[in-house]
Design a protein around this ligand. Structure first.
Ligand code: ADP
Length: 592
């Protein structure tokens, strides 16, 4: 994958922003998750608190009925003004209260007037007070053996009360009530991690570990409810007020709540309903740990995402760097290619110029050859033509004087001149059309012997000599017999020409492999001429002595055989001409 650096950074930044946004969006859900977890944990202490409350409430429920059965109570109720009985009962009730750790134990007549009380010695004693308005009293008067209710007094003291009827036979003659202080419970709850509160069926907080929540309703109370509370004097009506709680449900038993007060407090609220009492007990644990947990989780997730992003960024940037390097390399390569192409173009242009120059030179060479040929031919033909004219003139003159034999002699000379011109002409014809004769295996020695036979007459007249030792084994080469013989004769003639001024010229011929060499002891070939000797019409010989075609024709013949003809000088002087031929498979001599 390859992306430009800027796009990578933009991409990573986008991912980072999206990650942060996702984190922000998922925070509430995550926090709720931890709040539910917290609620599940809170359920345990809540359950214990509920059990404790219920156990305490139930433990004392049968107590008033038991005490009510005591005979002195009935006696006192039947004789309410008996001071002795009053004192005895008061003391009895005081001891009972001390035993069960009750706030008060007191006896009322059927009008609700308290005629004996455990607190008879205390300044705020119930003694002499009438409680006929209280529900536990009326319920007990109606025969309820374990009436129970909770009250708060004008002083803010809250108590829970049990009551039972005192019967004389079948007749209810009074009510015995026991009061416990609610604050005792609340002191147990204090110090726990959570706040606790108990609400009644009207969502009125009558117990709580938080004193500032006492006597407050967590939802607005209806007028009817408020009237009823006022009527029963159950709670101090002037202290009743609203505890503003806003809540969001987390699950069936838990909510996230805000309690508005001097400052806003956040809690996870877990509650349990006590159906028999129609109370709801709630534990409110601070929301902070759940929030911190959610933040921690997000932080860890964010850090992980950051790490992955950093790794990705590093990877992509490395990739981008590699791509850049590759692109640079490619660019350099392209530039090199362009440079090479330009150079090639230059070279081709130069080569084209060279070819043109070569063509021009060849053209110039042809013209020069043509010039040389014209000069050679005009000389070759002019000389015999001039001779023919003078012989013809002579013949005419002799005929006029009837000197027939002289005339005949001149005419014979004319014929000879014509023959000579015919010979020159045939040379030229041979040069012009190179006969495409077949080549085949030849015995090299046999060709040399035939060439020597041709040259024998000239050797005899000039006193020359051939030094030739035929090869010990048969040497078979590829060529044409007559043409190869013509080449060898030509080379021997040239060698003799080069040694013209020597009294006893010797031409050495030897065969080495399939190469035949002809060596003389003449002046050799001047270095300036080496390049030209094989050109047609190149000659250094006097007019009439050479046409300059011999080596040119020989060169082409050897080439036709697939061989090469070359010239060099011997270190001891003289020229060597080498005819290198292709070897051939021997055939029957008869086929030659
Ligand atoms: P020609 O013999 O008619 O001049 P050739 O083509 O046979 O034509 O030879 C061309 C020239 O090569 C000669 O004129 C001479 O200058 C040179 N040449 C040939 N053979 C020899 C040799 N053996 N030694 C020195 N020069 C030679």
């Amino acid at each position: 994958m390859s992306l430009p650096r800027r796009r990578i950074i933009r991409l990573v930044a986008t991912i980072a922003i999206v990650t942060v946004l996702l984190g922000a969006l998922s925070f509430p859900a995550l926090e709720r998750h931890y709040m539910r977890q917290q609620a599940a944990q809170d359920a345990v202490p809540l359950k214990l608190a509920v059990e404790g409350l219920r156990a305490t409430v139930e433990r004392y429920a049968p107590l008033p009925a038991l005490i009510a059965e005591r005979a002195p109570l009935v006696g006192l109720l039947n004789n309410p003004n008996d001071a002795g009985r009053i004192a005895a009962v008061n003391e009895d009730l005081r001891q009972t209260a001390a035993t069960v750790k009750a706030t008060d134990v007191y006896l009322m007549d059927i009008s609700g007037l308290t005629i004996a009380a455990a607190s008879y010695r205390d300044p705020g004693s119930y003694l002499g007070r009438n409680f006929n308005y209280q529900s536990y009293f009326t319920q007990a008067l109606n025969g309820d053996l374990s009436s129970f209710s909770v009250y708060g007094t004008t002083t803010g003291e809250r108590g829970y009360f049990y009551a039972a009827p005192v019967e004389d036979g079948e007749r209810i003659i009074g009510v015995l009530a026991i009061k416990f202080n609610v604050a005792a419970f609340e002191s147990i709850w204090r110090g726990a991690n959570s706040e606790f509160m108990v609400t009644d069926r009207n969502d009125f907080v009558f117990m709580s570990s938080r004193p500032d929540w006492h006597f407050r309703a967590i939802r607005p109370l209806s007028d009817a409810t408020l009237r009823l509370i006022a009527q029963n004097l159950q709670y101090p009506i002037d202290r009743i007020d609203l505890l503003p709680i806003t809540s969001t449900p987390l699950n069936a038993d838990a909510q996230s709540v805000y309690v508005e007060g001097t400052s806003r407090e956040s809690f996870v609220l877990t509650s349990q309903h006590l159906p028999d009492l129609d109370w709801t007990m709630s534990a409110l644990s601070p929301r902070r740990p759940a929030t911190l947990n959610a933040l921690n989780t997000l932080l860890i997730a964010g850090l992980s995402a950051g790490l992955i992003l950093a790794a990705l960024l590093a990877y992509f940037l490395k990739q981008a760097r590699q791509d850049e390097a590759f692109a640079k390399e490619q660019d350099a390569k392209r530039r090199l290619e362009v440079a090479v192409a330009e150079r090639t173009q230059d070279l081709e242009t130069a080569l084209g110029d060279l070819r043109q120059t070569q063509t021009d030179l060849i053209q110039a060479g042809k013209l020069s050859a043509l010039g040389q040929m014209s000069a050679a031919l005009s000389h070759e033909f002019n000389q015999p033509l001039a001779a023919v004219k003078s012989y013809a003139d002579n013949a005419t003159a002799f005929l006029e004087r009837d000197r027939l034999s002289e005339a005949q002699d001149n005419i014979a000379r004319i014929s000879k001149m014509a023959d000579r011109m015919a010979t020159i002409s045939s040379h030229l014809r041979n040069f012009a059309r190179r006969p495409q004769q077949a080549t085949g295996p030849l015995l090299l020695n046999a060709v040399v012997q035939d060439a020597l036979a041709v040259i024998e007459m000239r050797l005899a007249s000039e006193g020359g000599e051939i030094a030739y030792t035929p090869p010990k084994t048969e040497v078979w080469v590829t060529g044409g017999h007559v043409r190869l013989q013509q080449v060898i004769v030509n080379l021997i003639n040239n060698a003799l020409d080069a040694m013209e001024d020597q009294a006893k010229p010797v031409v050495r011929i030897d065969i080495d492999g399939t190469t035949l060499r002809v060596r003389d002891t003449g002046p050799g070939i001047a270095p300036a001429r080496v390049a030209n000797i094989f050109d047609p019409f190149f000659t250094t010989k006097a007019p009439g002595k050479g046409l300059g075609l011999g080596l040119s024709i020989s060169y082409n013949i050897v080439s036709d055989f697939g061989g090469t003809l070359s010239a060099t000088n011997h270190p001891d002087g003289g020229a060597i001409f080498s005819v290198a031929l292709q070897p051939a498979t021997p055939v029957e001599v008869a086929a030659q």
